[in-house]
Ligand binder design. Sequence first.
Ligand code: TRP
Ligand code: SF4
Length: 327
Amino acid sequence: MSRKRILSGMRPSGKLHLGNFFGALDSWVKLQDDYDCFFFAADWHALTSEYENTGIIKECIKDMFLDWLSAGMDPQKSTFFIQSNILEHAELHVLLSMITPLSWLERNPTYKEQQQELTNRDISTYGFLGYPVLQAADIIIYKAHKVPVGVDQLPHLELTREIARRFNFLYEEIFPIPEPILTEVPKLLGIDGRKMSKAYNNAIYLADPPEMIKEKTDQMFTDPQRARRTDPGDPEICNVFSFHKILSPTEVVDEIAHGCRSAGIGCVECKKRLISRIITFLAPFQRKREYFLDHFKEVEEIIETGTIKARSIARETMNEVREAIKI
Ligand code: TRP
Ligand code: SF4
């Protein structure tokens, strides 16, 4: 039996951080064993916010693929490509835009939120409103069955489902209705205790060298009640501890929790141990990244092979679509 198809994408926004890793990438890596996986860089989607600053996008794509491959995304198992190399996405986007009611887009919660949040940019564009229509095209052009996404993307996936149903109803049953696979809620906050994000300048990147990891970890907030070394602390409200929970073995986590509560371990020592954990955890990743950086040709070939495969599927779908629409 052929395996079900998965598709997901990320907007290329540069190097990935630990939040991206534990929020998405590690679950993608695992999915590769059970599904026929397609993963792509959504560079047209990046344009919705970066249209005035397009010079950085290519470099961001490069960094993103380096991080993916180093984190265990495997070209033997999955197909990798760049959205803008498959022009068929744009054709399907136009066709879907004809059948998507404006009201569906205007009531999209992500649209409303981002309009309010991204106040430093003017995103009252036609392209930004149509963001989910392009995303629907990305997904259904490969007849994907499942889409691994974070909670924030669920409204977009719901729109994809509605658009696919509407197409099937109006023309022909071409598209499976894709289902979300909810990737884990990020368990790691940034070094300042807010959501880990490039925009907040509080992230630990997968490619950060050891000195940088030390510097950032040293800045991390701990239990604010623990002013002196002799004060007992509460690990459950400490960000350093949530990193330990993810990166350290259970015995160490238990020992730290106990040590913190009894003032047996100081924050300096606790952080020191975390620093060495993060460095050890990232070392194999960083070795692979060095390798791919030195052999970037291999990365380009992986993308080229993926593009050819993705394109041929997208073309087949578009033949069916044109026939169904009679155009
Ligand atoms: N909107 C997604 C994000 O910002 C990126 C994306 C574009 C995507 N097209 C997609 C994700 C198709 C899944 C499937 O993260
Ligand atoms: Fe946080 Fe560790 Fe300090 Fe406890 S000892 S407050 S867990 S840094």
